[in-house]
Design a protein around this ligand. Structure first.
Ligand SMILES: Cc1cc2nc3c(=O)[nH]c(=O)nc-3n(C[C@H](O)[C@H](O)[C@H](O)COP(=O)(O)OP(=O)(O)OC[C@H]3O[C@@H](n4cnc5c(N)ncnc54)[C@H](O)[C@@H]3O)c2cc1C
Length: 482
């Protein structure tokens, strides 16, 4: 391959994917692995006719499910209705990597860049919320294959080792238990010839089965008296008397208050809609590994792993010893277009397959059983925001930007507190009271996102050095580092 002066060889300069990389997923199911198994609660009714409730929660993912459960626990007498356009857990919450993290700010580095003075409080609140989620999972008897094995970030290039050392220092200063591993030590944890170093975060990090968590939370919420409606897309909301009216094809629901947990889907409130773009991320899952392949990985402590460039992969073992391998590409479609056709992307799957084989050559020949994509609710500060509109009658919690499995519980708690006008330590923080900068309208939106994606990839090829565009974004507080 031709090289330009100053541009070094990069771990993913592998040439185009080959036929065997594509063959490996040719027969894979297009249903997300987590949702392709029995265990979902029976379908719920859809809205038919007119109804009333105290609190309507729109969105049946982890944000909406935690909100429904917490709302009933706060006040068992309150009528709570959870409304989902399709089936509960069908979107990001049932199709993610299952990395369960305490960070509320999409990593300590992103938080330190934006709210350094509030980070000790944000990190502590994140750890408290993480512990409360673990307690709920245990107390409610939710079997979601929770493994609290920590999280391993690996360096594939020299400059990434320096980044990990900095991050380890930051995390330790914020109270985390962290080990830095040299090349030999990280390869002893997991056998990949590409690993040069690693950072193993022991606190506030684990893995779980996200669909089983959603289904368990759904059952717990229904047991407390929450009413769930599926196949009920809400097409609009408006003030009606002292409350809010939600419209759907089957009828109208009038609620005293509404909480929007609609993630990457078009928000029902304009000021929220302008602050979210759907960015698609893709995942492959292998067939269960046989004994000898599993042994060849030496992955005995089963940590979740991610590599450390701007374009990064995340990977893990499932409970039945498959490898889940996702990330790298992050695809935005013009005009925030979404839909089932976006959930399959040949180019991304081919690249993921190739990158897995390069990371673990001992898996050459393994076949993938599942391939899928999902929309990430991306905002310009890269972590979720909560707030209210319509005179305090409509709340929202959206914008997790790909790290919401753990943070969704905290977001739901804050949104409920804002709706109740309850002042807490969290609601007083600038990080919580603030909102991300809105995205510009099209065609500027598409151009800015594509340029940023392109420049992040370029920075990865230049030992992480950020060019002019990324430095401008950093100065405006809009920059992204993984
Ligand atoms: C491929 C992928 C991998 C990821 N990996 C991880 C990971 O490993 N760890 C991690 O922490 N995070 C990860 N994430 C992000 C994480 O999945 C989400 O942040 C988290 O699930 C929060 O979900 P949510 O409830 O806010 O959104 P969702 O699960 O998307 O739920 C929103 C729901 O709202 C419904 N809805 C929207 N509009 C309407 C309407 N008008 N009427 C009725 N219903 C409506 C939708 O149908 C949807 O079911 C990943 C995401 C993706 C896509």
């Amino acid at each position: 391959m031709r090289r330009f002066p100053g541009v070094r060889s990069h771990p993913w300069d592998l040439g185009p994917p080959q036929v065997h990389h594509r063959d490996a997923y040719a027969e894979a199911s297009e249903t997300p692995f987590w949702l392709d198994r029995p265990g979902a609660p029976p379908p719920c009714a859809s809205l038919a006719g007119d109804a009333e409730c105290d609190l309507a929660i729109v969105g049946g993912g982890l944000s909406g499910l935690w909100a429904a459960l917490l709302a009933k626990q706060d006040d068992p007498g309150r009528d709570v209705v959870l409304i989902e356009a399709k089936r509960i857990a069908h979107a990001a919450s049932g199709r993610n990597g299952g990395f369960f993290m305490s960070s509320l700010t999409h990593g300590a580095g992103n938080g330190m860049a934006r709210f350094p003075d509030e980070m000790p409080a944000l990190e502590r609140l994140g750890l408290d919320s993480f512990a409360a989620a673990v307690d709920s999972i245990r107390d409610l008897g939710i079997e979601c294959d929770l493994e609290l094995n920590g999280d391993l970030a690996v360096a594939l290039e020299p400059h990434e080792e320096a980044w990990l050392a900095d991050e380890a220092e930051t995390l330790r200063a914020l109270g985390h238990e962290v080990d830095l591993l040299d090349g030999e030590a990280v390869r002893a944890e997991i056998a990949s010839p590409t690993f040069r170093g690693g950072m193993w975060q022991h606190t506030g990090a684990g893995l779980l089965d996200p669909a089983k968590l959603c289904w368990g939370l759904q059952r717990a919420a229904l047991d407390l008296g929450v009413q769930a409606l599926e196949d009920t897309p809400v097409s609009g909301l408006r003030r009606r008397g002292a409350g809010i009216e939600l419209r759907s094809p089957g009828g109208r629901l009038r609620a005293r208050q509404v909480l929007l947990a609609t993630s990457a889907f078009p928000a029902l409130v304009r000021s929220v809609r302008r602050r979210i773009v759907p960015v698609y991320d893709y995942v492959l899952v292998t067939e269960p590994l046989d004994e000898s392949r599993l042994r060849s990985l030496a992955w005995s402590r089963r940590q979740g792993v991610s590599d450390s460039a701007n374009q990064f992969h995340y990977y893990r073992l499932t409970a039945d010893d498959r490898v889940l391998w996702g990330g790298y590409d992050a695809i935005y479609h013009y005009a925030s277009s979404m839909g089932a056709a976006r959930e399959q992307r040949e180019r991304s799957f081919a690249r993921l397959s190739q990158h897995l084989m390069a990371t673990f050559p001992q898996l050459e020949g393994v076949r993938f059983s599942h391939r899928w994509g999902g929309a990430i609710d991306t905002c310009s500060r890269f972590f979720a925001f909560q707030g209210t509109t319509h005179g305090g009658r409509v709340g929202h919690t959206v914008g997790h930007t790909g790290l919401g499995v753990g943070a969704s519980r905290f977001g739901a708690r804050v949104a409920l507190d804002l709706l109740a006008e309850r002042e807490t330590e969290a609601t007083k923080l600038r990080a919580i009271r603030g909102r991300p900068f809105p995205f510009p309208p099209e065609p500027l939106r598409w151009a800015a996102i594509e340029l940023t994606r392109n420049r992040l990839a370029a920075a990865d090829r230049r030992a992480g050095r950020r060019g002019v565009w990324l430095r401008v974004l950093d100065r405006l507080g809009l920059g992204y580092e993984s």
